[in-house]
Design a protein around this ligand. Structure first.
Ligand SMILES: Cc1cc2nc3c(=O)[nH]c(=O)nc-3n(C[C@H](O)[C@H](O)[C@H](O)COP(=O)(O)OP(=O)(O)OC[C@H]3O[C@@H](n4cnc5c(N)ncnc54)[C@H](O)[C@@H]3O)c2cc1C
Length: 364
């Protein structure tokens, strides 16, 4: 029997959307080419940062702010549902200035961000994070920017989906929408056709590769390389340097990232990418030279021409799009899930979708 909803993709967005739909009483199946939680979601740093990378346009912060506010409750509920702690960390972030000009830019930024705190002399930042170089020009503390462990988040969402009886078809690649009487009735895949009352495209960087729409979705892969390091002294805060960031994990490791590259669907790490991250990381925290290099991760972010996600009705009845979250898919997962849940059940979404409408690029 056809299910109510078919979700394509099992990254953080596909899993979060599927779980939300099941909670709202729909029967749901997921089609996924790769293992659940792989893709960009498993490479991600997990920052829940509204103001990064600055400047963030108001249309995007309007989506990021409510999603970040949902995270405290989301972490608690997911822990109850799955037994998995997603490691929500509320310590805040430090953005570092290495030159006088960068410090002037931080001063400007601080005026626009409520609750931010400028740190102007070395003891103020070395007291907070002893590994930082005293020769920085200053820092900006943002207490409201948090982070989670994205791999634990996907694990929690997957267990939750399984407990909600969502069937996950692994190793299945969707190729083409089934168009019947002007409606999308499901997808053709390499394992046959799958039909449902509603189809939701959450296929990450590959969302535009499913054919059958008059205009392909303008989602492109933006490669990110990121390193997992184990420093001798753990960091306390997320640190943002001029071109890299370091995110502490609860187990004492840190993620040092990330490159932002137009490299098509190539997911291989490069010597230049890794050496650039390390050189910038050493400038920010000199003692990272002694850290153990544990893992090189690569992910393809789902980018869009204007950097905003593509959310909502596709222009074809029965096809919803949860695509293009670019650098913010972890942060946006709760609000995207709520939005898809509302649209799937004929309710008003929690936010206006005008700025994220698929129609802004022409008819799909
Ligand atoms: C290095 C790096 C650091 C990042 N840091 C952050 C951060 O700190 N904070 C933040 O909010 N975001 C961050 N991001 C961005 C975030 O990771 C992404 O926006 C998010 O993971 C996208 O999730 P997704 O579910 O859309 O895509 P993915 O996680 O890539 O999942 C796509 C899924 O679709 C499946 N799929 C694809 N095509 C098909 C098909 N045809 N048929 C069936 N299945 C298909 C894949 O198998 C996969 O399961 C980062 C990304 C990278 C790469």
């Amino acid at each position: 029997m056809a299910k109510d909803a078919l979700v394509i993709g099992s990254g953080v967005i596909g899993l979060a959307v599927a779980r939300e739909l099941a909670h709202r009483g729909l029967s749901v199946e997921i089609l996924t080419r790769d293992m659940p939680g792989s893709g960009a979601s498993s490479a991600s740093a997990g920052m829940l940062e509204v103001h990064f990378p600055a400047p963030v346009p108001p249309e995007l912060s309007a989506l990021c702010l409510p999603s970040r506010a949902l995270y405290g409750n989301y972490a608690r509920i997911l822990r109850d549902e799955s037994g998995v702690d997603i490691e929500l960390d509320l310590e805040g972030t430090l953005t570092l200035a290495t030159t006088a000009d960068e410090f002037i830019a931080l001063q400007e930024q601080s005026k626009a961000i409520t609750g931010s705190q400028l740190l102007e002399t070395p003891p103020s930042w070395t007291k907070m994070e002893p590994g930082l170089s005293p020769s920085l020009s200053g820092a900006l503390f943002l207490p409201d920017d948090h982070h989670v462990n994205p791999r634990r988040l996907c694990e929690a969402l997957l267990i939750s989906c399984e407990r909600l009886n969502i069937r996950i078809h692994r190793g299945v690649t969707a190729h083409k929408y089934i168009l019947e009487n002007g409606r999308i009735a499901g997808v053709e895949t390499d394992s046959g056709s799958f039909r449902a009352g509603l189809t939701i495209n959450a296929a990450g960087a590959w969302a535009g590769n499913i054919s059958g729409l008059p205009v392909p979705l303008p989602v492109r892969p933006v490669r990110g390389q990121i390193l997992s390091l184990r420093p001798q002294t753990p960091l306390h805060f997320v640190l943002h340097g001029p071109s890299v960031y370091a995110v502490p994990r609860r187990d004492g490791s840190i993620l040092l990232g990330a490159t932002v590259e137009e490299a098509g669907f190539d997911e291989t790490p490069t010597a230049g990418g890794i050496s650039g991250l390390l050189a910038e990381g050493f400038r920010m925290v000199p003692s990272l030279k002694d850290a153990v290099l544990e893992e090189v991760r690569v992910g393809l972010r789902p980018g869009t021409p204007d950097t905003f996600p593509i959310l909502g009705h596709s222009g074809f009845p029965n096809l919803l799009l949860a695509a293009g979250p670019f650098r913010k898919g972890i942060l946006l997962a709760p609000i995207v899930a709520q939005t898809m849940g509302a649209l799937a059940t004929g309710q008003t979404p929690p936010i206006s979708l005008e700025a994220y409408s698929p129609g802004r690029f022409g008819r799909n």
